[in-house]
Design a protein around this ligand. Structure first.
Ligand SMILES: Nc1ncnc2c1ncn2[C@@H]1O[C@H](COP(=O)(O)OP(=O)(O)OP(=O)(O)O)[C@@H](O)[C@H]1O
Length: 812
C-alpha cells in the first residue's frame, strides 16, 4: 500500500515538475529582457510626509487623490515586476513544488479534492486546475487549522464546510521526494521536530511549511486596527510577523505593495537578520527601520541624540553615580502616559501664555524681537489651535521680513556692496540677477516692472531725448533688491524651519523646579518623586544641545504639537517587533505618523529590558488604549519553539508568570552551570567549551554579556586563548554574521544561536531584580545548548531554581 502511494506521489511530483519546466522555458526569453531594470521602491518613507495645518480629514483626502495618481503611474512598472516575480517563483517551485496536501470533501459534494500546498500557486495550462495552491489561499488555511475530520474555511463568498479526509506533509529537496507523512498516523509533528533540530542561521528562515494554528491566526488576521501578540520567547512572533506581511501582500496584491508595509526593528542588525524572509517567500521586502532612525531624521541635525543602547548601558553600569536615581525616575516618568497628557495640556496652556520665541537679528540688530512675535501670536483668535497659530505667525513673519527687506535696500551697506562692482561685474551681476529672478516666485512682480521699463524705453525711442528713461537706475534697484534678498535668505530659512520658536526653551520651561508651576502648565499633572533632580538633569543636557533617549520622543512630540503633525498616509501596515520596548509616547507617535495604517505589535513583557517598557496586555496596557479595546485584538502565544525542552523548563522557571509557557517537545541537554575558582579558570573553560561546541557541529555560538565593557573583556580573553574567528558585536554592527560572537544581551534581542554561553552569571553581575528580564532574554537566545559561568555567588534568579533543571560543575 505504502509503496503504491509512494509511486503515485512520485509520479505526480514528476508531472508537476515537468509542467513547471515547460512554463519556465516559455517565460525565459521575455524575462531575460526585463532583467536589469531596477525596481522602484521608496526608500525614505518619511520624506513623503507632510505638515498638517488643517483638519486631519482634509489632508487625508488630498493625499488619497495624490496616491491614486501615483498608483496609476506605477501600474506599468508593476506589470513588468510581476512577470519577473512569476518567473522567480516558478524557479523556486521546481526545487520544492509543495510541502503539504489535504484531501477535502465539501459538504453536499461527492468529490474529494486533492489540494497540494506550496510557496505559490501553479495552474495547469488549461488555466482551471490548481496543481499547487499558494499557502495563503483560503483553502490552504485548512492545512494549518485542522487535523483530519470536520473542517471549515472562510472565503470572501462565505464559509465552506466539509470533511478533511487526509493531511499529508512532504519533504522535497532539490526536486526529489525525500519523505512524506500523514498527520493521522504520525505522532507529534515530525516535520517541525526536524526543522527545529537544525542549526541556527545568520538569516531567519521562513516557516510556511510548519505554521502552527495559533500562528496562523496572527498571520491571517485582517480585521483589527491593532493586533497585539504577547508571545513567550521563541514562540515565533517575528516569524509570524514576516509570514503575515507575505500574507497581506498576497491577499491584497491589487492594492498593497511592499513599500506600504513598515517594520520597526530593535536595531539595524536585526534588520539584516530578517531581511531575507520575504524575498524567500517570493515577495519584495517591506521597509525596515528603527525608531531611532526616525528620531535622528527629524532631530539629528539640530540636537545630539543619545540612543537606546547608550541609555541602557547607563542604566546597567552607573548605579553608583550621582543623579542615578533621578535619571531612573526621569526615564520612567518621561515614558509614561501621564507625561503624554502633560504635554498635550501644555500645548493648550501655550495657547494662552508662555510661548517662547527667538529674536530674528540682522547685521547685529534686532529685526523682529521675540516680544513682538509673542504680541502678534497672542493677538490671534484664542480658539485657533496652537500649530495653526504658529502657521499664522509664520506668514506674518514672512511679511515682516519683506517689509524689512524693502527698507534695507537703501542702507549704506548695500551701497558699499554695489560700489565694489566694476562695470563688467556690474552688468554680469545684472544679467545673473535677472536670470535668478526669472526662476523665482517673485518673478511676477519684478518682471512686471521690467516690462514697464521696456515699455517706457520704447516710448523714449519715439519721443526723443527729453523723456530719457534712466535704465541704469532700474538696474541698480534690481541689484539692490537682489543683494538684500541674498542676505535675507538665512532669515527666511529661520522662519520656514520654525527656528524662531525657542523649542529648547519651551521644553525646558516644563522642567521648572516648582511642581506647582508644572501643574498649572499641564492641567494638574503630578510630578515624579525626584522632580528637582529630573529637572536639573533634563536642563543640563538640553543646555548642551543634547537629548537623552527618554527625552527625544517627547521633545519631538512637543515640536509637532507646535509645528503641526507630520504624517504618512501611504503606509498601510506597521509592524513593531519587540513591542514591549517602546514607550506609550512612541506608540502615540506612530499612530499619528501613520493615520492610515493598521498596527501589529509583537512583544514579550517577559523580555522588557528597558526602563520605559510598555505592557502589551491588560487594563493598564497603553497599547490597548491606543485604538480602543473594540479595535484591538490580542493573541497570546504560549508555546515556545526555539529552544529544547530542557532550556525552556530552565528559563521559564526564573520568570514570574513563566509557568504558562509550554515548551515544544524537543529533547536536549540540560543547561550547565560552571562555577570557576577564578576568572582565569572561567575564561579558560569558556574557550574549551566553544571548541567542544564547534566539534559537536554547532556553527552559531554566542558569548552573551551584560554590558559592552564585559563584551570587550570576554573578546580579548578569548582571542588571547587562541580562539579565532570571533566577532565582537557592538551597536554599530550592521549585519548579523554567523560563527562565534561576543554580544551584549540587549543587542541579542530577537536573534538566536545554536549555543549560548552566559559569560558571567554571578550575583555581582546579575543581582538586581530589574535585571532579571535581561538575564532571561540572554538565556532564551539558545536553541540547543546553554552554558552559564560564574566565579562568585550565584545570581539570585538561579539560586531559587529547582536543581533538577540544570547540571553543575565546579572547577578549582
Ligand atoms: N511554526 C514554526 N515552524 C518552524 N519553526 C518555527 C515555527 N515557529 C517558530 N519557529 C522557530 O522558532 C524560532 C523562534 O522564532 P521567532 O524568532 O520568530 O520567535 P520570537 O517569538 O520572535 O522570539 P523572541 O521573542 O525570543 O525573539 C525560530 O528559529 C523560528 O524559525
Amino acid at each position: 500500500m505504502m509503496n503504491q502511494e509512494w509511486e503515485l506521489e512520485q509520479d505526480r511530483l514528476d508531472e508537476v515538475k515537468e509542467k513547471l519546466q515547460e512554463k519556465i522555458a516559455e517565460l525565459e526569453p521575455e524575462v531575460a529582457q526585463l532583467y536589469g531594470q531596477a525596481s522602484n521602491i521608496r526608500k525614505h518613507f518619511w520624506e513623503e510626509v507632510s505638515v498638517n495645518t488643517s483638519t486631519d480629514e482634509d489632508f487625508e483626502e488630498t493625499f488619497f487623490s495624490i496616491n491614486q495618481q501615483a498608483a496609476i503611474l506605477s501600474e506599468r512598472e508593476r506589470t513588468h515586476e510581476k512577470r519577473k516575480q512569476q518567473y522567480k517563483s516558478l524557479k523556486r517551485l521546481v526545487q520544492s513544488p509543495y510541502f503539504g496536501r489535504i484531501d477535502f470533501k465539501e459538504d453536499g459534494s461527492n468529490e474529494v479534492e486533492q489540494v497540494y500546498i506550496g510557496l505559490s500557486s501553479f495552474l495547469a495550462s488549461d488555466g482551471m486546475n490548481f496543481l499547487v495552491y499558494d499557502w495563503r489561499t483560503p483553502v490552504a488555511s485548512l492545512y494549518y487549522d485542522y487535523s483530519p475530520g470536520p473542517a471549515t474555511y472562510s472565503t470572501p463568498g462565505g464559509n465552506i464546510a466539509g470533511n478533511m479526509e487526509l493531511k499529508r506533509q512532504y519533504q522535497i529537496k532539490d526536486g526529489e521526494l525525500m519523505n512524506f507523512f500523514d498527520a493521522s498516523v504520525t505522532i507529534g509533528d515530525s516535520m517541525l521536530q526536524e526543522v527545529l533540530g537544525q542549526g541556527a542561521n545568520n538569516q531567519m528562515k521562513s516557516i510556511v511549511a510548519t505554521i502552527q494554528k495559533e500562528q496562523n491566526a496572527i498571520i491571517r488576521n485582517d480585521s483589527s486596527r491593532m493586533l497585539i501578540v504577547q508571545g513567550a520567547a521563541g514562540s515565533g512572533k517575528t516569524s509570524a510577523a514576516l509570514q503575515r506581511a507575505a500574507y497581506l501582500l498576497y491577499k491584497h496584491r491589487e492594492r498593497l505593495t511592499a513599500d506600504q508595509i513598515v517594520l520597526f526593528s530593535p536595531n539595524p542588525m536585526f534588520n539584516s537578520y530578517v531581511s531575507t524572509v520575504l524575498p524567500e517567500l517570493g515577495e519584495e521586502n517591506m521597509q525596515q527601520t528603527t525608531f531611532q532612525e526616525y528620531l535622528a531624521y527629524w532631530l539629528g541635525t539640530t540636537m545630539k541624540l543619545e540612543d537606546p543602547f547608550d541609555q541602557i548601558e547607563y542604566v546597567l553600569t552607573q548605579e553608583a553615580s550621582v543623579g542615578y536615581e533621578a535619571r531612573m525616575d526621569s526615564i520612567r516618568y518621561k515614558a509614561s502616559e501621564g507625561f503624554l497628557h502633560a504635554l498635550r495640556h501644555y500645548a493648550v496652556w501655550l495657547n494662552k501664555e508662555g510661548m517662547l520665541f527667538k529674536d530674528i537679528r540682522f547685521r547685529g540688530t534686532d529685526l523682529i524681537t521675540a516680544e513682538q512675535m509673542a504680541n502678534q501670536f497672542y493677538s490671534y483668535d484664542p480658539t485657533v489651535r496652537l500649530a495653526n497659530r504658529v502657521a499664522l505667525l509664520q506668514e506674518w513673519l514672512m511679511k515682516e521680513l519683506r517689509k524689512a527687506a524693502r527698507k534695507e535696500q537703501q542702507a549704506d551697506w548695500v551701497d558699499n556692496e554695489l560700489n565694489y562692482l566694476d562695470t563688467e561685474q556690474y552688468s554680469a551681476a545684472y544679467s545673473e540677477t535677472l536670470r535668478k529672478f526669472q526662476r523665482e516666485e517673485e518673478l511676477f512682480d519684478v518682471s512686471e516692472r521690467y516690462a514697464k521699463a521696456i515699455d517706457r524705453m520704447n516710448k523714449f525711442a519715439n519721443q526723443g531725448e527729453d523723456d530719457v528713461f534712466d535704465f541704469s537706475e532700474q538696474q541698480e534697484e534690481l541689484l539692490r533688491q537682489m543683494i538684500v534678498k541674498e542676505h535675507f535668505k538665512p532669515l527666511r530659512g529661520i522662519v520656514k524651519k520654525y527656528k524662531f520658536i525657542d523649542l529648547n526653551g519651551l521644553y525646558a520651561q516644563l522642567f521648572n523646579e516648582e511642581a506647582f508651576a508644572y501643574g498649572v502648565m499641564t492641567d494638574g499633572e503630578d510630578v515624579p518623586v525626584n522632580w528637582p533632580g529630573v529637572c536639573m538633569e533634563t536642563k543640563m543636557k538640553l543646555g548642551r544641545q543634547e537629548l537623552f533617549y527618554e527625552d527625544a520622543t517627547p521633545y519631538l512630540f512637543l515640536k509637532e504639537l507646535i509645528e503641526g503633525s507630520r504624517m504618512n498616509t501611504i503606509v498601510r501596515h506597521i509592524f513593531v517587533d519587540e513591542g514591549q520596548d517602546y514607550s506609550p509616547f512612541q506608540y502615540a507617535f506612530l499612530k499619528k505618523l501613520f493615520p492610515n495604517a493598521r498596527m501589529t505589535v509583537l512583544g514579550d513583557f517577559g523580555q522588557a529590558i528597558f526602563t520605559q517598557s510598555s505592557k502589551l496586555q491588560g487594563g493598564d496596557s497603553p497599547l490597548v488604549h491606543l485604538y480602543g479595546e473594540e479595535n484591538t485584538t490580542l493573541i497570546p502565544l504560549l508555546r515556545s519553539y526555539r529552544s529544547t525542552k530542557e532550556n525552556v523548563e530552565f528559563t521559564k522557571a526564573m520568570l514570574p508568570g513563566g509557568e504558562d509557557i509550554i515548551p515544544f517537545n524537543r529533547q536536549g541537554i540540560k543547561p550547565l552551570i560552571t562555577i570557576a575558582g577564578s576568572r582565569e579558570l572561567l575564561q579558560r573553560q569558556i574557550a574549551r567549551d566553544i571548541e567542544s561546541f564547534q566539534a559537536d557541529g554547532h556553527t552559531s555560538i554566542a558569548i552573551i554579556t551584560k554590558t559592552a565593557a564585559e563584551s570587550n573583556e570576554a573578546y580579548e580573553s578569548l582571542k588571547q586563548r587562541g580562539i579565532t574567528g570571533i566577532n565582537l558585536v557592538t551597536r554599530e554592527t550592521l549585519t548579523f554574521e554567523s560563527g562565534i560572537m561576543v554580544i551584549p544581551a540587549y543587542l541579542a534581542k530577537g536573534v538566536e544561536f545554536d549555543a549560548v554561553l552566559i559569560y558571567d552569571a554571578s550575583a555581582e553581575v546579575y543581582g538586581r531584580e530589574s535585571e532579571r528580564k535581561l538575564f532571561y532574554t540572554a538565556c532564551t537566545r539558545a536553541m540547543h545548548r546553554l552554558n552559564l559561568y560564574m566565579t562568585g555567588e550565584w545570581s539570585p534568579y538561579l539560586q531559587t531554581l529547582n536543581p533538577a533543571l540544570y547540571e553543575v560543575q565546579a572547577l578549582e
